[in-house]
Design a protein around this ligand. Structure first.
Ligand code: SF4
Length: 345
């Protein structure tokens, strides 16, 4: 179903992406400051790979997703889809490429048009992107899509309000698949669902990914879900990636104090296992005026003088594992995050 594509490199590359929102004020609406929502983010996603972008609310992860979807103009950097820069394309030039990148939003109750039957919701991308020649072909595609997302074929004649939250999210996934994309951005796509339904939708996404070779950018604050379905994880704090690596590296040997704190709050299923809880003090600082030096220094339990003046850069800690923290310049015996991570779970 997914059309083969010749590009052999990553499906998506994001290079030094920045999005600064201007704050205006006063009688003449002059610019009085900026919200540094995303401030230099880079990553790549291969075909058939899931990269999860995680962090607390307000860290900029959803802004990254919206920037990739070109819901606004970016401040700086590059967004490269199948080897082609899309950040600088005109709307007209971008239109045919929109097929390749689709999105599933968080709220299954507001993301489907209540005045359209499922048939019309799913037929829209098929028609817009010229994927079927006639009604017979559209109907055949609709039947396949309903099979793929585990809904009865005759449900295409029903209205969105006739479905549960989980079923609506299946329709949202079917709508994304209808365009035959190379990558789907899932923006908190299971956050609004009940626990058991969450697991079903995540399993469906994983199955579809394997079957269709899709790339997924999974934006989520829920590390317990991410642990079960991702290949790699990028941890964001105040507009920057502070750590990125394979799932095993991030979950079993996190190298950044912020990642360690986030993981310490994830419930461990085995009651015999222990995971030392690291409580972060204070709120996330404002992205209007981020702290100097390391942005995490106001909440980091290990901050020292250098952290308050010099910003740490992401650097390689192990194969396919990067973190941005000055502690790794200290001798191993003085580096608290190098000590064995207390996760027996
Ligand atoms: Fe903490 Fe300093 Fe590392 Fe930032 S650079 S995470 S403040 S120890």
């Amino acid at each position: 179903m997914n059309a083969p594509h010749r590009h052999s490199g990553p499906v998506l590359e994001v290079n030094d992406l920045k999005k600064h929102f201007a704050i205006t004020g006063g009688f003449l609406s002059t610019v009085v400051g900026h919200v540094y929502a995303v401030d230099g983010v880079s990553f790549a996603i291969e075909r058939g790979e899931t990269l999860s972008l995680v962090g607390e609310s307000g860290c900029g992860k959803s802004t990254v997703g919206k920037a990739i979807l070109r819901l606004f103009t970016i401040t700086d950097g590059q967004v490269v889809l199948n080897g082609e820069r899309i950040d600088e394309l005109s709307d007209a030039a971008l239109r045919p490429l929109r097929q390749r990148i689709q999105v599933v939003f968080q709220d299954p109750f507001s993301s489907l048009n209540p005045r359209m039957r499922v048939r019309d919701i799913l037929a829209e991308p098929i028609t817009n992107f010229g994927l079927a020649k006639n009604k017979g072909e559209i109907d055949a595609r609709l039947a396949k899509l309903m099979d793929k997302v585990g809904l009865p074929r005759d449900a295409v004649d029903r209205w969105p309000h006739e479905f549960s939250g989980g079923q609506r999210q299946r329709i949202g996934i079917a709508r994304a698949l209808a365009a035959e994309p190379d990558i789907i951005i899932c923006d908190e796509a299971v956050s609004a669902l009940d626990v058991s339904v969450k697991a079903q939708i995540v399993n469906l996404l994983c199955d579809l990914q394997q079957e269709l070779g899709l790339a997924l950018l999974f934006i989520s604050h829920d590390l317990a879900i991410v642990e079960h379905m991702t290949h790699r994880v990028a941890v964001m704090y105040l507009g920057k990636i502070v750590e990125i690596g394979t799932r095993d590296a991030i979950f079993s040997a996190p190298m950044h104090p912020y990642t360690q704190a986030l993981l310490s709050a994830v419930p461990v299923p085995d009651p015999e296992a222990s995971r030392e809880r690291i409580l972060l003090t204070g709120d996330v600082p404002s992205p209007i005026n981020p702290p100097k030096g390391c942005r995490f220094n106001t909440r980091c339990p290990h901050a020292f003088d250098r952290c308050r003046s010099e910003e740490p850069k992401l650097r390689m800690m192990a194969e396919k594992h990067e973190a941005a923290c000055h502690l790794h310049d200290l001798p191993a015996s003085e580096n608290p995050v190098r000590r064995e991570y207390k996760n027996n779970g």
